[in-house]
Design a protein around this ligand. Structure first.
Ligand code: PNS
Length: 161
């Protein structure tokens, strides 16, 4: 069975990687789908975000995982890649309200596609892409927050935009 793991991944963190590993253990195929929406103005380019995730997949030797990007409605893209299930990671209570709304809207749009929530491991509960950007821009160490293969590149980009 296929699933889709969507997000902005700006950038992909160790928390995202933790959720991806869990999804990989449950599904035959996982498509990590990066939202490519110009209005969202991500810090990292789509090309960079794709590369960071590809590097992590390769380093972790994850089988049955690929990465792509989408614009427009997530459920339409899920259909296109043949996914019946959307994976979202949950860290703590503040994530819940937003996720509940998104899952509800996606169910209205596509009742045949389920959203499945996976709890992030406790050690990643405080890790977010925005925290990575904030810490990195201020010259802090982000090497334990993002996958090792891209840590130096992410750090360099954050210090010298
Ligand atoms: O990592 P993020 O920013 O929390 O991911 C949010 C994402 C990309 C999953 C969400 O914004 C999304 O699905 N956008 C596509 C537009 C869409 O389908 N909207 C309808 C449901 S809210």
């Amino acid at each position: 069975m296929h699933c889709i793991y969507p997000g902005s991944f700006d950038p992909f963190t160790n928390g995202h990687l933790d959720v991806l590993r869990r999804a990989n253990a449950l599904f035959d195929d996982v498509v990590v789908s990066i939202l490519n929406n110009a209005q969202k103005q991500p810090y990292f380019t789509l090309r960079e975000r794709l590369k960071f995730i590809e590097n992590a997949i390769e380093a972790e030797k994850l089988q049955g995982v690929r990465v792509d990007s989408f614009d427009g409605l997530l459920v339409e893209h899920a259909r296109k890649v043949g996914a019946k299930c959307i994976i979202r990671g949950l860290r703590a209570v503040p994530d819940f309200e937003y996720e509940l709304q998104m899952a509800g809207l996606n169910r209205m749009l596509a009742p045949d596609i389920e959203t499945l929530f996976l709890m992030t491991s406790v050690q990643f509960a405080c890790v977010s892409a925005s925290a990575v950007k904030e810490i990195g821009r201020s010259g802090g160490d982000i090497s334990h927050l993002v996958p090792a293969p891209s840590a130096d590149e992410i750090m360099e980009r954050l210090r010298k935009p």
